[in-house]
Write a protein that binds this ligand. Structure first.
Ligand SMILES: Cc1cc2nc3c(=O)[nH]c(=O)nc-3n(C[C@H](O)[C@H](O)[C@H](O)COP(=O)(O)O)c2cc1C
Length: 191
């Protein structure tokens, strides 16, 4: 049987920060259960945000920009599970994450306005795990979790979330309870 394919999109510049470590707890458990993982560290990649050109809805069925985001957008079509992780920066996701997220506009079908029931170009049956982390209490930025989950659902993902809140600013702050949540989710999703 084909191994499960996972892509891990890291939206924090801190390679060993809180979101990266929570995501790793998931991917390492997944790998032990036979999944194949591809990691994308957005901060080390060269890509532009969405240009709003609508090329993906007129002259092409893909984003017409060609840069490091292109491969990630391609991989979303084949991955079974995609991890989207970001720290909260000023009440939203990081700039690196948001610029990539906007590029996902190219995954929306042009018929979306007339037929909002089937918005996504992605094949059905995919799962997304959204991981956000912050120093504030959960309630402070729960809107971000809700908003980004809503858009992931629009793309057809079945959405799981982990919100790591009340953290210390330091990258090595204790995330053990969230890492356990991530490991547990990996065990549930990868049988
Ligand atoms: C530029 C900047 C802005 C931040 N803004 C917020 C914020 O609005 N709310 C919050 O709770 N934490 C904020 N933080 C703290 C980070 O969200 C927190 O340290 C997070 O756990 C970092 O995740 P990481 O280790 O994966 O990078 C901010 C940190 C930085 C560097």
């Amino acid at each position: 049987m084909k191994p499960l394919e996972i892509i891990n999109i890291l939206g924090s510049p801190r390679k060993n920060g809180t979101t990266a470590r929570i995501a790793r707890a998931f991917t390492e458990t997944a790998e032990r259960r036979g999944a194949v993982v591809k990691n994308y560290y957005l901060n080390g990649m060269q890509y532009r945000g969405c240009q709003g050109c609508e090329g993906c809805h007129t002259r092409s069925d893909k984003c017409i920009l060609r840069d490091d985001a292109t491969q990630i957008l391609e991989d979303l079509f084949t991955a079974d599970i995609t991890l989207f992780s970001s720290p909260i920066y000023f009440g939203d996701t990081s700039g690196q994450f948001k610029s990539f997220y906007d590029r996902m506009w190219s995954l929306i079908r042009p018929e979306y306005i007339s037929d909002p029931t089937d918005a996504s170009r992605l094949p059905k049956g995919k799962t997304a795990l959204l991981i956000l982390s912050q120093v504030d209490a959960r309630i402070a930025h729960e809107d971000v979790l809700k908003r980004y989950s809503m858009y992931l659902k629009l793309y057809g993902f079945s959405v799981k979330t982990i919100m790591a809140a009340d953290l210390d600013m330091m990258p090595n702050t204790d995330i053990s309870s969230y890492a356990l949540q991530a490991e547990q989710l990996a065990r549930e999703l990868i049988l």
